[in-house]
Design a protein around this ligand. Structure first.
Ligand code: MRU
Length: 320
């Protein structure tokens, strides 16, 4: 099943806020509903956000087709719904370029973006599985963070797609999903997807990751990205940087799997990226809290970036 799609004139998404307790499909008919779904993380993950952005513009084109001011406002609302993943604004802008040609052209472009992400996932799964085996041999034991499966990328996924591909090849050792505080994308979503795929796994609290690596229970860390900067800095879910430090300390490969649609060479380094602050309420009901939703992993901690078109060996001095 696709996480997000265009069905009978509306955007259909799997509501990721209620998984794993309930598999609920939401139909979004307006830009307001779509923006709310993005902001509540009902639809989330960089590639899925790119598709959501494009479908959002398709919705706007149907409603405001002949009103350029209303259309411009709608596009701006969509592309700024969340600031960190480059895919969202990119998907919205790509679809918006077709607005002069009318709603059908916009929808066709949005569907093309969806299809490209599906194809990219398949390419990354195979390229990433090859790289992990090259780096760590057969039966690697992997640690992953956040959710990078089909839920985050229409189908298949990025880093989790690699895990699935290794399993399909019969050469997966083990998987640890770090829980991903505070919204538990790892414990709720990755664990649910791995269970659907019949892959045994363990969930660990985020802070256990570096210790499990030090204790020899992990052969490589593999995760996704929301934005990859020109110098190779990787923006991803908060907790990623700590796992990269743990991997470096333990001498383990740290592999980032993300489509080319997440590579942003117009942004020089991680210091130039707005890190979403999601407010205190997600963390605690009894006081104030800092809640950065993403962090920046410096490029020198990253072994390789796997995209749908290339493997960029940062450890050998290559750059995006
Ligand atoms: O806040 P989220 O759940 O949207 O954050 C998602 C991540 O950080 C993912 O790791 C990233 O988008 C890659 S998804 C293939």
């Amino acid at each position: 099943m696709r996480t997000i799609d265009w069905v009978d004139g509306a955007v259909e998404i799997i509501d990721q806020t209620v998984l794993p307790g309930e598999l609920r499909v939401l139909r979004l008919h307006t830009v307001g509903e779509l923006v709310a779904a993005i902001q509540s993380l009902a639809v989330r993950g960089a590639p899925a956000l790119g598709v959501a952005g494009a479908f959002g513009v398709a919705l706007a084109a149907r409603v405001h087709g002949d009103d350029p001011v209303a259309l411009g406002n709608a596009v701006r609302k969509i592309e700024t719904a969340r600031p960190t993943a480059v895919n969202l604004a990119r998907g919205a802008q790509r679809a918006a370029h077709l607005l002069p040609l009318g709603p059908d052209a916009v929808l066709a472009e949005a569907c093309a973006i969806r299809d490209e992400e599906i194809a990219a996932s398949l390419a990354m799964a195979s390229r990433g599985a090859d790289l992990v085996v090259e780096l760590r041999g057969d039966r690697p034991r992997l640690l992953t963070h956040c959710n990078t499966g089909g839920l985050a990328a229409v189908t298949v996924g990025t880093a989790l797609g690699v895990v699935g591909e290794l399993h399909r090849r019969g050469t997966l050792g083990a998987v640890i999903a770090s829980e991903t505080r505070p919204l538990l994308q790892g414990a709720r979503l990755t664990s649910w997807e791995l269970t659907q795929w019949g892959i045994e796994h363990r969930v660990a609290v985020d802070s256990a990751g570096p210790f499990l690596m030090a204790r020899g229970e992990v052969d490589a860390v593999i995760l996704g990205a929301d934005r990859i900067c020109a110098n190779g800095d990787v923006i991803n879910k908060i907790g990623t940087y700590a796992h990269a430090l743990g991997a470096r300390r333990a001498g383990l490969p740290f592999v980032v799997v993300a489509p080319e649609s997440t590579v942003d060479v117009a942004t020089p380094t991680g210091a130039h990226v707005e890190i979403e602050d999601r407010g205190a309420a997600e963390v605690t009901a009894w006081g104030d809290a800092a809640n950065p939703a993403f962090d920046v992993t410096p490029h020198d901690l990253v072994t390789a970036i796997v995209t749908d078109r290339r493997v960029i060996r940062l450890d050998r001095g290559e750059r995006p």
